[in-house]
Design a protein around this ligand. Sequence first.
Ligand code: TXA
Ligand code: MG
Length: 317
Amino acid sequence: MIETRVLKPTDAVLYEAAATLAAGELVAFPTETVYGLGGDATSDTAVARIFEAKARPSFNPLISHVQDLDEAFMLGDFDERARSVAEVFWPGPLTLVVRRREKCPISLLASAGLDTIAIRVPAHPLAAELLRAVGRPIAAPSANPSGRVSPTMAEHVLAGLAGKVSIILDGGPCSVGLESTVLDLSGNVPSILRPGAVTVEMLAPLLGSLTTADTTSKIVAPGMLESHYAPVLPVRLNAETAKDGELFLGFGEVSGSTGSETLSASGDLTEAASRLFALLRALDLPGASGIAIAPIPEVGLGVAINDRLRRAAAPRA
Ligand code: TXA
Ligand code: MG
């Protein structure tokens, strides 16, 4: 066990966090999407510690976070198309998968032995300051035990990873609340591997043809769907109301009965995304039989919200 400290960001704390990362230890930090569990992306040991702390069953490739576009361009092979996307959406909630450049210093363990890497320039001011202070790429998956709901507050990180991370930088709640969009630009046709706040509608004008990993076909074969982002309680989707013993998570106005919450009283998808993970945690109460969740429109950010909800409801391993 490691001693875990939750610290409010000051200059001295940022300096210490950067030194901790440089020494190969783990630091959780806020980004605009979710909190990340950061480790030096160029160190096999630090990356191995990330997998160990999350108890990831397999070595999924991780996102490397960098301070600016120039640093990203040194690590990956950005053609004109990739550069134009980076210039429009970075810093921000978009991860780009590109080919590794020759002599790219990112640990092969971080990219799971692939010849591609996932890179993101986060917009959160604290993440940006930390990356500038440490001066090297930081690998950071969401700061939660594997398969569980992603953290959007420092206290969520502490609840899941106490004793496994040296410092948790407390930057308050995350504004977006869902993990970044993952866009694969390593092949001929760009492909969205994970939906997020940067939507198909926003990307299409820059990219022309664009494919999306088809999450709807996976509902037909739910066994194929990886359980992820899951509360302990079972999750039932497209529910009008709660059944006996269930708690209810609505969208739009919900009646004020106890055990009912709404993602957004006004039916706003941005607000719903930012509140989703915190409310899944708040409703994950022993004694209840499950969480019933209202239908969310499959448009804009609703695509990403529904992707996370389908995984939360998928059969558990
Ligand atoms: O918002 C986010 O992206 C957060 C914050 C902390 O930045 N990070 C995050 O990381 O969600 P993680 O490790 O939980 O998600 C990484 C995603 C996975 O879906 C993974 O499969 C994909 O990126 N990925 C990473 N490297 C890849 C690669 N070389 N090729 C294809 N997919 C890759
Ligand atoms: Mg994750």
